[in-house]
Design a protein around this ligand. Structure first.
Ligand code: SF4
Length: 432
């Protein structure tokens, strides 16, 4: 569901912001997509996990239609819908929820990790899901771990659902043994094919003990401790990064692995942290880099010199603007982001071209005015804004597609560029 909410519920990010790049901060009405959406990719990632949304029929419709699951499949998510009896206080919601969990776990014994996901109806906010998770964990441990987090559209943008999920999972990860060898954790959901490519690259580079989080199986979580270094694969994981740091892990600062340059810089951060010489990194990545360069070159003529305007939505905006400007020759005019964590974005921010206006959060009407005045060649925005802007003659790209498609790494660089080139090619075809 696309929600419009006033912004003064924004978490205080300024306290952990550093750096001097001027940022336009807005505090008006904003257009965001809710955090439940991230279940669409998370439920495919952790194969023995299940996401039980506690919410309304709207939540159920959103998740069912966004995931596009066939009704004869056994999806790894469901919605416990609050009924009239719950709302009227006739039924005890906690007892009802316990009953739903019992039925679910009896029917689906393969579930090892159950997420209770909060949503934004006020009746749900009143339920103490964390306590419910603790209560149920006592019954089902050690076979099933039960964890609560919020995917509410009031509190989150759509990618923050993953951040909340992973941040809630971090405290349950095992402690690394004393004097453990240094290890690397790559944090953030990646398509399996991308994860496998990165695992092979890290091995070829000589970075040891690499683990991915979230893990594919609940039984095989990465251990965390002071000898853990972590690289974020997704830029929207502020809370997860903080939770990992609270466990003693150290974040490696790097641009995000979009495009050939971004991927090389991201891998280099790991290579440097593990004392791998640049010559080995160069040799191990040469062929993949060359393939990426060839794939990118195919789209440069379409994208080069074109103006791109980002509305804040996915939190991928800053790294993508960096990729599009440096590797594809596009001209970002405005780079909107729902929240700006300058520490996590430092490397990408430093590579943005001069003249790119970074804006944080939103006053949607004012931002629409700026967009109309600038008439960008391509506007990257959420679903709610795309159709009206197309009707005004602007060419748009749905930001949510950038999460649903594999985009990180060398082998996906060409596909990532194509995601931006396609709307321009389509518009050109329509205008002939
Ligand atoms: S969590 Fe809120 S915004 Fe998201 S689908 Fe449910 S009611 Fe809509």
């Amino acid at each position: 569901m696309n929600v419009r909410v006033p912004l003064d519920i924004r978490p205080d990010l300024d306290a952990r912001s550093g750096g001097a790049a001027p940022v336009l901060r807005e505090r008006g009405q904003r257009e965001v997509f809710c955090g439940l959406t991230s279940i669409v990719w998370l439920h495919r990632k952790i194969r023995d996990a299940f996401f039980l949304v506690v919410g309304s029929r709207t939540c159920a419709h959103l998740i069912q239609s966004a995931a596009g699951v066939m009704i004869f499949a056994e999806p790894r998510f469901a919605t416990a819908i609050l009924t009239e009896r719950d709302l009227a206080g006739i039924a005890d919601v906690n007892e009802e929820l316990d009953r739903v969990v019992v039925r679910l776990l009896e029917r689906r014994p393969e579930i090892k990790l159950l997420f209770l996901v909060g949503s934004c109806p006020s009746e749900v906010i009143k339920i103490d899901l964390a306590r419910a998770a603790r209560r149920q964990s006592e019954i089902y441990a050690p076979n099933v771990r039960i964890i609560a987090y919020s995917g509410s559209g009031i509190e989150t943008t759509f990618t923050q659902g993953e951040d909340s999920c992973l941040a809630a999972l971090v405290p349950t990860l095992p402690q690394e043994p004393p004097a453990a060898a240094p290890s690397l954790v790559v944090a953030g959901s990646l398509a399996d094919i991308v994860e496998d490519q990165f695992a092979r690259l890290f091995e070829a580079i000589g970075v040891p003990n690499v683990r991915f989080f979230p893990m594919r199986s609940a039984d095989n979580p990465p251990a965390i401790g002071p000898n853990t270094r972590f690289l974020l694969a997704q830029p929207f994981l502020s809370e997860t990064a903080r939770a990992l740091e609270a466990r003693g892990a150290k974040r490696l600062s790097a641009p995000f692995p979009f495009g050939a340059e971004g991927t090389t810089a991201w891998l280099a951060a790991a290579a440097d942290a593990f004392g791998v010489p640049r010559s080995r990194l160069d040799a191990a990545t040469a062929e993949a880099r060359a393939r990426a360069e060839t794939a990118l070159a195919r789209h440069r003529a379409t994208l080069s010199g074109r103006k791109v305007f980002f509305f804040p939505d996915s939190q991928l905006e800053i790294p993508l603007a960096r990729f599009l400007s440096r590797e594809m020759g596009m001209v970002p005019t405005e780079v909107g982001t729902p929240y700006l964590n300058r520490q996590i974005m430092a490397a990408d921010l430093a590579l943005l071209p001069e003249g790119a206006r970074v804006s944080e959060s939103q006053d949607v009407e004012r931002q629409l005015d700026r967009c109309r005045a600038e008439r960008p060649d391509l506007t990257v925005c959420g679903l709610g804004l795309a159709n009206p802007l197309e009707a005004e003659g602007l060419t748009t790209k749905w930001s949510i597609e950038l999460l649903f498609a594999p985009t990180q790494g060398y082998e996906q660089a060409g596909d990532l560029a194509e995601l931006f080139a396609r709307p321009l090619t389509r518009r050109a075809a329509l205008e002939v």
